[in-house]
Design a binder for this molecule. Structure first.
Ligand code: FAD
Ligand code: SF4
Length: 325
């Protein structure tokens, strides 16, 4: 590992410019990448003791400090009762030990699990821009079917972020000049385009301070993760679905998909096709086919184009009382 300086942030107000530095949350992703020399920061700024570890209700909304651990977030009574989809998503990720260390901010900004990204002997435009992409013609079973480019077909690995997208969560940030931004989680991550080395829209040194959840989420919520093992495995496909039913019609329907794109994918086409309609299994499938209209596989991951719609249809049936498949 390359030598680096270490400092500790006392509060978001004390943030200073960090040239070629990185914030250190739980370190469960960043330190691994530093050991592989994929990330080589000159400085780590430990943000775990900067007073960003609380979950608070403010004006009805819930504000989660960026250093709240995945374990504490999943177990919080307010999160479990009002945002059960988020709690379920968190508990489906990694292992208890990892969740104890992993933080809300770090989970959002964790990097892809594409195996060619971690293997420094292989071509990877995300790790080394312009070097190519060995996943395109390689073992791409876990890779993207939506929004990918010829430069990168990696997926974002976070379960938590998929639930946050469905909950319309908003990230609060601050930079060294004190400037603050509010960014919907749905807009935080980028599609790869011709710059797959850029995962998100944050600037260098921009700190995630908190994540805000709207105070009145839809009442019916579910998270489902399809994976190769029952635990300790990333999603092949996952989905977060939330909705209300008023007067027999689906309202406030929001669908987040994981394991299918470079970012947690908000299924807006399917949502538009279903909002205000009465639950109907055939309509569910039509809506998801509409969502998948531009999807394409790369060989080993072709099966996801059929799997993703089926997962969502099954969840919609359950949530609307039409029963399982
Ligand atoms: C074996 C294994 C299995 C896993 N399985 C899953 C899984 O099934 N599902 C899943 O979702 N995840 C899984 N993970 C990933 C794990 O959830 C992430 O490593 C973790 O959430 C990252 O959080 P962290 O706080 O440790 O981040 P760190 O490693 O500390 O940081 C990650 C990135 O976020 C940046 N960062 C951290 N905090 C901030 C902040 N406040 N503001 C701005 N930038 C910040 C860092 O600079 C770094 O770039 C797994 C990890 C491992 C090792
Ligand atoms: S899919 Fe993306 S991360 Fe994976 S090898 Fe290709 S460029 Fe790298």
């Amino acid at each position: 590992m390359k030598p680096f300086e270490y400092s500790r942030l006392e509060s978001p107000q004390h943030l200073a410019t960090i040239a070629n530095g990185r914030f250190l949350g739980g370190g469960t992703n960043l330190i691994d990448l530093m050991k592989h020399q994929i990330e080589t920061p000159d400085m780590l700024v430990d943000v775990t003791r900067a007073g960003m570890d609380r979950i608070e209700e403010r004006d009805g909304a819930v504000v989660i400090g960026s250093q709240v651990s995945n374990t504490n977030l999943a177990a919080d009574p307010l999160i479990r009762s009002r945002y059960s989809v988020l709690s379920s998503a968190l508990l489906s990720g990694a292992t208890q030990q990892l969740r104890n260390k992993a933080t809300t901010g770090g989970n959002l900004l964790q990097r892809t699990r594409c195996q060619y990204f971690y293997d420094t002997t292989r071509a990877c435009n995300k790790r080394e821009p312009g070097s190519g992409c060995d996943a395109l013609n390689g073992l791409n079973r876990f890779h993207a079917i939506l929004g990918a480019s010829e430069h990168c077909i990696a997926v974002h690995p976070s379960d938590m972020a998929v639930a946050m997208v469905a909950l319309d969560a908003v990230v609060h940030t601050r930079n060294a000049d004190g400037a603050e931004r509010r960014i919907p989680v749905a807009d935080l991550h980028r599609l790869p385009g011709d710059r797959p080395d850029l995962d998100h829209v944050l600037e260098d040194g921009e700190l995630i301070v908190a994540v805000e959840l709207p105070g009145t989420p839809p009442r019916r919520q579910a998270y489902r993760k399809v994976r190769d093992r029952a635990s300790y495995a990333f999603a092949v496909v996952s989905a977060a679905v939330v909705l209300d039913i008023d007067d027999g019609e689906m309202r406030n329907l929001r669908i987040g998909l994981g394991g299918v794109a470079h970012k947690p994918w908000r299924a807006t086409r399917a949502e538009a096709a279903l909002e205000g309609k009465a639950p109907d299994a055939a309509l569910f499938m039509q809506a998801m086919k509409r969502e998948m209209a531009d999807a394409s596989g790369y060989g080993h991951n072709d099966f996801k184009m059929a799997l993703a719609p089926r997962v969502v249809v099954s969840m919609l049936k359950e949530l609307t009382g039409l029963g399982e498949n």
